[in-house]
Design a protein around this ligand. Structure first.
Ligand code: FMN
Ligand code: SF4
Length: 413
């Protein structure tokens, strides 16, 4: 189950190797749609694309919606800064992801499946093209039509309804919900949109059983999660750990920060989550424990910040990222994301006064949920947590416009 115990996958699995490891044993005679649905529901698998929605429940909704045809979309939009787990899975385990997608299609009785792949991932496209040809020749696809589509490299293009718009030939703009894709998705038909990592779990669950899957992780969050560590670490890479593993274990697996730097802060789930401080390194890595610690796991992009990081500049970069990535169709999101970035710019430049600090929460509260997608809620947690945890730095910047830390902040988010 641990795909990358050493941190980095070293080998690209071939079709023969995948079959030799038990791949494609989930023949239709053995696994009816109902059996797949029951086993996946029983496993407690939740989506790994960020929202953590129960997979069995999403499939049940799609399957019981009487409209046909139904579709499956494997979401490899992956434009979240620092995330590369889906690329690693598609490149190294294309058949695992393909079999998971075939099983998802069987579960909801879909007749077409789409691989929606980040347009910069040329290697993934060629690996999947090859895998689809091999599986087709071996008869594993049966009547399922499978195709590959390129996802634009804008963050919001990975949002499930925006992905459906792109697949329909339109601009990458999220739809207002409800209806959700599971009831009215691609071309208005029931569609299961699932993340690559989510689908990679499916063949393993069916081959080994839900109770085997539940042996990993916690009772509420069974299984494992792949975490991406960036270049600030001595050993960056994609690490798979069971839910509930202490954050410290992941930090140690990454070899700690480069140049022997001391840890100052952690962003455990990408730019939309709340910061933790170094004394929270023993927080177990699962959604429930992270919630108790005041943060979220997102899709597993783990960032560690060293002692000499300016948290004002880091927070500003995150706010600027959301302002840049807002697709702009909801006035509240457009206004909120640009205002937050401007306010942080003013503080950073020494033009803000402390009264400005209280405005952040008011702006966030006023706009919460007023957009077509979750992006409108994303800038809040990093900003409010940074203001709470590193208040002195914000006050210093607002007063002097300078930074007491030696190093400039990283160039990316
Ligand atoms: C702005 C934004 C960007 C997103 N980008 C991705 C993405 O690149 N890949 C992904 O799987 N999910 C992404 N999501 C989440 C999807 O909307 C959706 O929840 C997910 O694909 C469902 O799959 P899962 O249930 O297997 O997690 C994004 C959501 C938002 C709001
Ligand atoms: S909330 Fe923001 S990103 Fe999402 S659809 Fe509206 S404007 Fe676009």
């Amino acid at each position: 189950m641990i795909l990358f115990p050493e941190g980095r996958p070293t080998k690209r699995q071939s079709f023969e190797e995948y079959r030799a490891s038990g791949g494609y044993e989930s023949a239709p005679e053995k696994f009816s749609p109902q059996t797949i649905l029951e086993e996946v529901t029983e496993s407690g698998l939740r989506g790994r694309g960020g929202a953590g929605f129960p997979v069995g429940k999403k499939w049940e909704i799609a399957r019981t919606t009487p409209t046909t045809p139904r579709y499956v979309v494997c979401n490899a939009g992956e434009d979240e800064p620092g995330s590369f787990k889906d690329r690693v899975l598609l490149e190294h385990h294309p058949h695992l992801v393909l079999e998971g997608t075939i099983l998802a299609a069987r579960a909801i009785e879909a007749d077409s499946a789409y691989f929606y792949i980040n347009e910069t991932y040329a290697d993934c496209v060629s690996r999947m093209t090859e895998a689809i040809a091999e599986a087709t020749a071996a008869g594993y696809l049966r009547s399922l039509k499978v195709s590959i589509h390129r996802a634009p490299t804008v963050y919001v293009a990975g949002e499930d309804s925006a992905a459906l718009e792109v697949l329909e030939g339109k601009a990458a703009k999220p739809r207002q919900k409800p209806p959700y894709p599971a009831t009215a998705g691609l071309f208005g038909k029931p569609t299961a949109v699932n993340n690559v990592e989510t689908l990679a779990n499916i063949p393993l669950i069916l081959r080994n059983g839900a109770s085997w899957f539940r042996r990993y992780g916690t009772a509420e969050s069974p299984g494992t999660m792949i975490f991406c560590l960036g270049d600030e670490m001595n050993s960056p890479g994609a690490y798979e750990f069971p839910f509930g593993t202490p954050l410290r274990q992941l930090y140690d697996a990454g070899g700690g920060l480069k140049n022997g730097k001391t840890l100052k802060a952690i962003l455990p789930g990408g730019p939309s989550c709340a910061f933790l401080t170094s004394d929270q390194l023993d927080t177990p890595l699962d959604p429930e424990s992270c919630k108790r610690a005041g943060t979220t796991l997102g899709c597993g992009v783990m960032r560690f910040y060293s002692e000499d990081t300016c948290m004002v500049v880091e927070t500003l970069r995150i706010a600027q990222f959301f302002a840049r990535e807002s697709c702009g169709q909801c006035p509240a999101c457009r206004m909120e994301t640009s205002m937050l970035a401007t306010m942080l710019e003013r503080i950073n430049e020494g033009k803000g006064n402390p009264a400005l600090f209280d405005q952040f929460q008011k702006i966030l509260d006023f706009n919460r949920g007023k957009g077509f997608c979750a992006l409108i809620n994303m800038p809040g947690p990093p900003i409010t947590s940074a203001l709470r945890l590193f208040r002195d730095e914000f006050e210093e910047h607002a007063r002097t416009g300078t930074c007491r830390y030696a190093l400039p902040a990283r160039a990316d988010v």
